[in-house]
Design a protein around this ligand. Structure first.
Ligand SMILES: Cc1cc2nc3c(=O)[nH]c(=O)nc-3n(C[C@H](O)[C@H](O)[C@H](O)COP(=O)(O)O)c2cc1C
Length: 250
């Protein structure tokens, strides 16, 4: 028996109490799920449900630099390996964000759609960089940081997506060339600040990009067995995301 909200929802779906058939997944667009469970609007479960990877945005909503800074601020509150806090963040809005869109790839599992659809492109990005040579622990920090920022975005009424498929060369140019003289991390200075000199970098190394904006997409989670296809798909304008039901090792 699941002892948490999402687990119970999945069980309800499985037993057909909420809906019938494979497509009767868990709607994430509204707060209906959380209301049904009597949860506060922004309970963690509800934030997690609404935190779907979004590939279509409302172009009339222009994300501001202040909003991106608020999202980036969560990084002052999260765990970090050896507390080295090697991640740095470059917010992009306006023309700079519009130009960057051609350097990202969305919806690799749905190549025929060529996402994002014209007019629904993100208008804000955060390039997540490291000031130390990336290693396993940097990657763990990266995951914690990315998910924390996405949850903050949802908490603010926005949405986002992790983007691993981006042009690293272009991102490197942006984060290193846009620096005011003297602000770019220097290998020697970084080496003195705590981590081994072999790990220090001259400049910033982009690891991942987040897109941020107001979602126009409809999502539905789909509980699956681990042997079933994990690929997300779209039907009738709904983006279905299969999620494995059984995770606990017995
Ligand atoms: C590390 C990481 C990298 C990702 N890179 C991309 C990407 O380059 N393009 C994309 O469209 N989605 C990307 N995604 C989003 C995943 O496709 C998405 O998380 C998955 O389909 C599940 O959907 P959900 O996030 O709504 O649960 C990435 C997700 C993660 C965690």
């Amino acid at each position: 028996m699941a002892d948490n909200y999402l687990g119970k929802k999945m069980e309800d779906l499985e037993s057909g109490r909420l809906a019938k058939g494979r497509k009767a997944g868990l709607k994430t667009k509204s707060a209906a799920g959380a209301k049904a469970a009597g949860k506060a609007k922004n309970s963690l479960d509800n934030l997690l449900l609404k935190n779907r990877s979004c590939r279509g945005y409302d172009s009339s909503y222009k994300v501001t630099l202040k909003e991106l800074e608020q999202i980036i601020d969560v990084n002052r509150l999260i765990p970090s390996s050896r507390n080295q806090q090697v991640l740095r963040f470059k917010p992009l809005i306006g023309e700079q964000a519009a130009e960057f869109t051609k350097y990202i790839k969305l919806g690799g599992a749905l190549p025929e759609l060529n996402l994002p659809f014209p007019g629904t492109e993100p208008n804000a990005y955060i390039i997540i960089c490291s000031i130390a040579k990336p290693n396993r622990w940097t990657d763990v920090d990266l995951g914690i940081s990315a998910q924390s920022m996405l949850l903050k975005a949802v908490d603010m009424g926005l949405n986002g997506i992790c983007i691993g498929a981006f042009n690293k060369e272009r991102a490197t140019e942006i984060v290193n060339n846009s620096q005011k003289q003297g602000q770019k991390p220097k290998k020697e200075a970084s080496a003195q600040s705590g981590y081994a000199s072999a790990e220090a970098l001259d400049g910033y190394e982009p690891l991942m990009v987040l897109a941020i904006g107001k979602s126009i997409e409809k999502f539905q989670l789909l509980p699956i067995d681990e042997s079933e296809n994990h690929n997300y798909f779209r039907e009738n304008n709904i983006h279905y995301i299969p999620k494995v039901k059984k995770l606990i090792i017995e």
